[in-house]
Ligand binder design. Sequence first.
Ligand code: SAH
Length: 368
Amino acid sequence: MQIEKNECNREVNTLETLIELTEKKTELYGLRPDEMEQWMAKLGQPKFRAKQVYNWLYKKRATSIDEMTDLPAAFREVLKEKAVLGTMKEVTRQTSRDGTIKILLELHDGSTVETVLMRHNYGNSVCVSSQVGCRMGCTFCASTLGGLIRNLSAGEIVEQIMFFQRLLDAEEQRVSSVVLMGSGEPLENYDAAMKFIDIITAPESINIGARHITVSTSGLVPAIRRLADEKRQITLAISLHSPFDELRSSMMPVNRAWNIEQLMDACRYYWNQTGRRLSFEYALIGGVNDDLRHARALADLLRGVQCHVNLIPVNYVPERNYQRTPKEQIRAFVDELNRLGINATIRREMGHDIAAACGQLRAEQGRI
Ligand code: SAH
């Protein structure tokens, strides 16, 4: 995306103001390799310039254009005038005992988003936000408390990854997997989300395999079908949370637009098109969706669908008064699913001692 450099003051109609009004800067993190080439050509630069800049961004992890010392000095000045490298700054950081790090990042317009690094024994996973706030209105989620403020650009999503990659560089480690499970509905910001995936999977950038990327959706059926047609090798996670329409509609307004049957049809289509096993997220909420009747209905619903169910004990959100399911009952729920032939596991909770659930840190810091 292009970032507006100045707020416009429409009263002052001087030539200078008009120039400022139209002046936009290109986000370097928001360009795919082919777009970088096109842009360099537009600036009258040779083709290899795109590779050089990409190299600085993703291999050398530069944080400023001044660092790009093998570019001609005059061209660096042009770049500084026309482009931005990084538009976010860290506001707060919380580190959990289990190594999970959550940061609140401030964007160029003053709004904030959260990004989380989780350390697993199989690698480092980053959970990125795709929007500032969210308009899906799920009753258990903190991200939606202040509604949707705006979509993030592809560059702003890429920057979240690079933020943690630079942190991991100190330990000679890399971001090995990415989940679009932070604040926002990624399939509502479809183009930016896909461009983000194109950029981070490019061998010229940080080259994260598509199979190590998960997009989570509350269930935007037309967008799921569109994604299926792209036949990407990413994992699609569906936030299901209930096998019953009435209950799901009361927890997730999106279910009133596309019900469970329509959602499951789209899921089967996704499997047919991509051959990728689906993932279903199920937050267990005490006394709401956590008894064995729900487990059995869930098993019926998912029978024959190539999938894995992630059970997540609901994260406490002060603004929402939900109880957590007792441990034994979670166990019974997963056992029942397994007994009925459904592949299900309890998601290991990370960062429980910090505000690691979507939107929690932003809410806690009064940034909504
Ligand atoms: N909008 C997308 C992605 C963001 S939410 C989606 O709905 O999938 C990422 C996941 O966290 C979703 O499965 C969401 O339902 C879940 N989630 C949100 N609030 C939660 C809470 N308080 N406890 C447990 N899971 C929660």
